[in-house]
Design a protein around this ligand. Structure first.
Ligand code: FAD
Length: 119
């Protein structure tokens, strides 16, 4: 078998990486330690809740939310006050930007539809 990229792990991270690579015209092989009946990593067991910030669904349900509120919430529990928190903090902030921005439309583009139960 020949390919441009081998992705190790069929969890969400691996699947998103593979989807982005495919969209960029690369051929991808994904491998996992699990067999074909147990793919998806932790997402297989997850509750399926998705973090959005200030999304249209929240607005429709009358929920006041925003990128800044989510970020304050995350800072309040994570702290990010140690030197080794530098990269986690940058990652978290990028993720909040994603949740307030293109996350919903990107997932929609991938064929994901949402059931609006707010947790
Ligand atoms: C019970 C439960 C409920 C959850 N509910 C939610 C929720 O409601 N909302 C939410 O946002 N998140 C939820 N989460 C968290 C979310 O599911 C995970 O953060 C996410 O799925 C992690 O994805 P990942 O790709 O980073 O890692 P993983 O899903 O852990 O994927 C890693 C993959 O790599 C494979 N692998 C590891 N090592 C090797 C190796 N050496 N060789 C080959 N393959 C390997 C593993 O088998 C696995 O398939 C929940 C998690 C659990 C367990």
């Amino acid at each position: 078998m020949d390919c441009d990229v081998i992705v190790v792990g069929v969890g969400l991270a691996g699947l998103v990486a593979a989807a982005e690579l495919e969209d960029a015209g690369k051929s991808v092989i994904i491998v996992d330690q699990e067999n074909e009946y147990n793919i998806g990593g932790q997402a297989f067991w997850s509750f399926g809740g998705l973090l959005f910030a200030g999304s249209p669904v929240q607005r429709r349900l009358g929920i006041r939310d925003s990128r800044d509120l989510v970020w304050q919430d995350w800072l309040g529990s994570a702290g990010f006050d140690r030197e080794e928190d530098h990269w986690p903090r940058l990652w978290a902030e990028a993720y909040v930007d994603f949740a307030a921005g293109e996350k919903r439309s990107w997932l929609h583009q991938q064929g994901v539809r949402f059931f609006p139960i707010v947790g």
